[in-house]
Design a protein around this ligand. Structure first.
Ligand code: NA7
Length: 536
């Protein structure tokens, strides 16, 4: 059915996005007997893993954790091949889930929602797509993803460039062959750090433009040990339950140390950090109990990584440029495979644009630091308008003509990161104010999907036709989210958690810190009859 044939359709719920969130949300609502119309701008399911096909793309949460737990058959039958799944395997998994639960039939693909307007009298959302389709729904569920609105900075002269340009988050499906090419990568976040070693291997010459150096630790990716997978599957329920109690809903098996870095001798510290450097990935931050406690305790871990960078990178001047001088873990820690080693290659060049920005693009390349560079292709690894970007690209109009864009002009305001006052029957999955990007995304998604499905069924059973966050509950929630972040080191760097990577975006820390606390607070709201939501 083309999405044009849908016009005028009335459904119980519209779900926007066919990533992990939209798929599970749809599955639950359909099981509850609701009619669902999904819209997805890509031509198939997968969300983040549909769009981010850049070389080297893989998850930074381990495979046995980064998967759905709602179906025991699914988690028992699916087999992951590596410790950290590569993008093609996660996309294959998303496709398998769509087939297994027959989800595609509920979605119109290549259809972007452009506006959604609430009619307070009829209590109905009218949703329009870029293909001219209009449907009506009692509930509108935004499963638009936290990192799905690509950020390409407004570089002067960009349209003058005659070579190819790519964004890591909108990578061509057919792949890109850089063989024999002079390539630039702009950006050294996760996407840049993951892709740079692969592009360097293929390209004739690679120039990396770095504005801020990032902390990265080896992922230590490897084939998944079948015995380990079998032992987890033997009691997957327990493994998931343990993860659920972790602050970020994963890593219960990490050998987490509680002692203070201040109590260790220099030799003990070094040996411990070495051990955790050997474990790989986020686990590094568990080497001592207080790495995130203060700039002073944090510096020991940061110094260790800086030492490692200087050991790996042979040219001391390049090593200096690659050494971050910030808090480790404040921006998302990157798990890499041979990143720093790449700078020892003769075909790789690092350009520091920290003190003067890239000046302009030209026909042949770009000018930076007073030098003209020439390229066949430029890769923007420049990240995303995170958490709010995809929501605010859609003209969402709630009660009394209130626009979400206007309401959030000074930063997002939500209750539970799920709902916003003035927007009845609109739910956001992993929205700002929920654990979202600071938790295992799949776990956060499952929790939200189940929460929303339960809320709708609760309302339907009682004849409640509209659920809306109360302003007072929302204001208190925003306070809680802010207080929790202020008690950490997170506000001390310019991360995308704060919106600091997008010029003009309000500087507000968006995720809720602490998954188990969040679940407890959300469950209490539900248990008290959705206290904090007005019901009509
Ligand atoms: P990130 O982590 O936001 O990284 C984007 C990078 O692009 C970062 O190094 C930025 O430097 C850089 N950037 C952004 N704008 C510019 C300009 N104008 N000039 C030069 N450099 C620029 O995005 P990723 O896609 O790597 O990762 C996002 C998440 O996806 C990641 O955390 C994982 O969860 C998966 P900056 O640091 O802002 O100075």
């Amino acid at each position: 059915m083309s999405d044009r044939d849908l016009s005028g359709r009335k459904v119980d719920a519209v779900v926007v996005g066919a990533g992990f969130g939209g798929m599970y949300m749809t599955h639950l609502l359909v099981q509850q007997g609701l009619s669902v119309q999904g819209f997805e701008r890509g031509d198939d399911v997968g969300g983040t893993w549909y769009w981010n096909r850049y070389p080297g793309c893989r998850c930074d949460v381990e495979s046995m954790e980064y998967s759905y737990k709602f179906s025991d058959e699914l988690q028992q039958e699916w087999e992951w091949s590596e410790r950290y799944s590569p993008q093609p395997e996660i996309l294959a998994y998303a496709n398998h889930v769509a087939d297994r639960f027959d989800l595609r039939r509920h979605f119109a693909f290549q259809a972007s929602v452009i506006s959604a307007t609430y009619d307070e009298v009829d209590k109905v959302w009218t949703v329009d797509t870029n293909t001219g389709t209009q449907v009506h729904a009692r509930y509108l569920i935004m499963a638009t993803g936290c990192l799905s609105a690509a950020n390409i900075p407004d570089f002067q002269g960009l349209t003058d460039f005659s070579g190819q340009t790519y964004h890591t988050g909108a990578w061509p499906k057919e792949g890109v062959d850089f063989t024999g090419q002079r390539v630039a990568v702009i950006g050294t976040g996760s996407s840049g750090i993951q892709s740079i070693p692969f592009i360097a291997e293929q390209a004739e010459h690679l120039t990396v433009f770095q504005r801020t150096p990032n902390f990265s630790v080896p992922a230590r990716n490897k084939p998944l040990d079948p015995k380990l997978a079998a032992s987890i599957k033997a009691d997957y329920g327990r493994f998931r339950a343990d993860a659920y109690q972790q602050p970020a809903a994963f890593g219960a098996h990490f050998p987490r140390r509680e002692d203070s870095v201040l109590g260790a001798s220099p030799e003990e510290r070094d040996a411990r950090f070495e051990e955790y450097w050997g474990h790989g990935g986020f686990m590094f931050l568990s080497a001592f109990g207080d790495i995130g406690a203060s700039p002073e305790t944090n510096k020991f871990a940061a110094d260790f990584v800086r030492k490692k960078i200087r050991e790996i990178v042979k040219d001391p001047k390049i090593a200096d440029i690659l050494c971050p001088d910030s808090i480790i873990g404040c921006k998302r820690l990157v798990a890499d495979s041979g990143y720093f080693e790449t700078y020892n290659r003769p075909n790789v060049e690092l350009v520091d644009v920290s003190s003067s920005p890239i000046e302009r693009f030209t026909d042949a390349g770009l000018n930076a630091n007073g030098t003209e560079f020439e390229f066949d292709a430029v890769v923007f690894a420049t990240g995303f308008d995170a958490m709010t970007g995809a929501l605010l690209q859609i003209e969402i109009e709630g009660r009394d003509g209130l626009s979400l864009k206007d309401k959030w002009s000074a930063g997002p305001r939500t209750f539970l990161g799920l709902a916003s006052a003035g927007f009845p029957n609109l739910f956001m999955m992993t929205g700002p104010g929920s654990p979202s990007v600071l938790a295992n995304m799949v776990t956060g998604i499952e929790q939200h999907a189940e929460y929303i499905a339960d809320a709708i069924s609760w309302a339907d059973e009682r004849g409640v036709s509209s659920l809306e966050a109360e302003l007072d509950a929302e204001n208190k929630w925003v306070e809680v989210v802010n207080m929790r972040s202020e008690a950490t080191l997170y506000p001390q760097c310019n991360s995308w958690y704060l919106g600091a990577n997008v010029p003009g975006k309000p500087r507000v820390f968006m995720p809720f810190i602490g998954f188990p606390d969040y679940v407890a607070m959300a469950d209490k709201v539900a248990a008290q009859g959705y206290e904090g939501f007005s019901k009509t």
